[in-house]
Ligand binder design. Structure first.
Ligand SMILES: [Zn+2]
Ligand SMILES: [Zn+2]
Length: 198
């Protein structure tokens, strides 16, 4: 059973009601439980999500971010672009990982719901009546892990972060801060990329 506070936080962060975001919460929580880890305050965990862009149920990744603390801002979530819904959660401390994936049958059942029919005909999720979406959220929230998720074995998984830079400068043309390694040279001066390409 999904914790109501976490669901509320997810809904607030995500912005609308849909079944894919809570599925991301459940998937993230199951992966954390399998690894025996807490939500990442810094970059302790890395989430590898298999979604691509511009397709059904990408909302899944917002649930993963809220549950695991692997966020776009911290840079510890990566999109693999397979157009699938697997999550591989890596624990950097122990160099172990687990892959958790929502069952295909459950994802397809949500896809065939009245909610998704309206979504695919262009209705924004926020304008779909609560009575159509609330039962989908309740099902995803209440189902036992083994009914909705396939949880893999915990395996060894080497992870090494790339270099993290704190170096930055002010672009002389636009006056905005730029990370140094993103500089371009224009007429002998280091500038930001948009100014270099102007
Ligand atoms: Zn959504
Ligand atoms: Zn500039």
């Amino acid at each position: 059973m999904l914790d109501q506070d976490l669901l509320d936080l997810g809904l607030k962060f995500h912005g609308h009601k849909c079944p894919a975001m809570p599925m991301g919460l459940r998937t993230g929580l199951a992966a954390m439980e399998a690894l025996g880890v807490e939500r990442a305050p810094d970059g302790q965990l890395v989430a590898l999500v298999e979604i691509d862009e511009d397709h059904c149920a990408t909302c899944f990744a917002d649930g993963v971010q809220v549950a695991t603390g692997c966020t776009f801002g911290k840079g510890n979530i990566r999109r693999l672009g397979y157009g699938k819904f697997g999550l591989t959660l890596v624990d950097k401390r122990t160099q172990r990982a687990v892959r958790v994936v929502p069952k295909g049958s459950v994802m397809m059942k949500n896809r065939e719901s009245e909610f998704m029919k309206l979504r695919s005909s262009g209705t924004p999720a926020s304008q779909i009546p609560a009575e159509l979406v609330d039962p989908l959220i309740a099902n995803v929230s209440a189902a036992a892990d083994e009914m909705i998720l396939d949880i893999g074995e915990v395996t060894d998984h080497e992870w090494h972060d790339g270099p993290h830079t704190f170096e930055a400068f002010l672009c002389p043309e636009c006056g905005e801060m730029v990370v140094e390694r993103n500089a371009r040279v224009k007429d002998g001066f280091a500038v930001c990329r948009p100014c270099a390409e102007r």
